[in-house]
Design a protein. Sequence first.
Length: 257
Amino acid sequence: MVLALIICAGVLAGVVWQRYRYPGRWDHAFSQRHADARKAWSDARSAARAWERSKAQTELKARHDVDSAEKTREERLRRLDQRIASLSSPGRGERIEALGELALFQHVLVVQSPSGTRSIALAGMEVRFEPGQKNYSVYCTDADGHVYRAKYPHLPSSPESDEQLFDEDQVRDFAVTIQNTVAQENVFRARLPRQLKEAESKWEEAQTDTSELDAARERLQKLRQRNGTDPRGEKAEARLAEASRDWERLTGRVPPR
């Protein structure tokens, strides 16, 4: 029963669709006598639709090329913005190493002490290691001449003390790492004005350079103009209009496109 209802519904839908495609009397839509008229209208409509699809596909690709050129330009500007921002304000940079109360980053030395946390710029810093009876010391003198001493005990203050103790080579190696990072930072700071100027120049160039985008837009515009005057489109539209008039003369009804 259910299958029969489904079949009936399908047949009914097909009849309704056929009457919609070929308006007029019943015989206009179904009889063999008007099969040629139906075919002429169907072929003309199919040809017109095929042309519209072809035109839409070519224009869609050209539109995609415009969008791609826009995204490429925006991405280049975004990367240059990030480059300028990183040069203008480098921040701490990546964490390199830490020992005791000192944490070394690419651009700063962070001191974490009971009194608080502060950062010391690496540029122009002088670093030296000194041994002592109870502590190894790393002296950090910033560019303004202020000195900070980091202490690394190697003898316990009392037998029951649980404070962390440090090996001399461990502290010496850390001091050398700081010195090398300072050297790299000094080179970075010396090159920074030139690099920043170059990045800003590239940004201005990218901002004003719209050649690829303009070319893609021009290709799209020309394609639309060419499609609008293409003889194939004009021929398909003329054939469709003629077939529509023929069907209207036959049935008194204008068929849907």
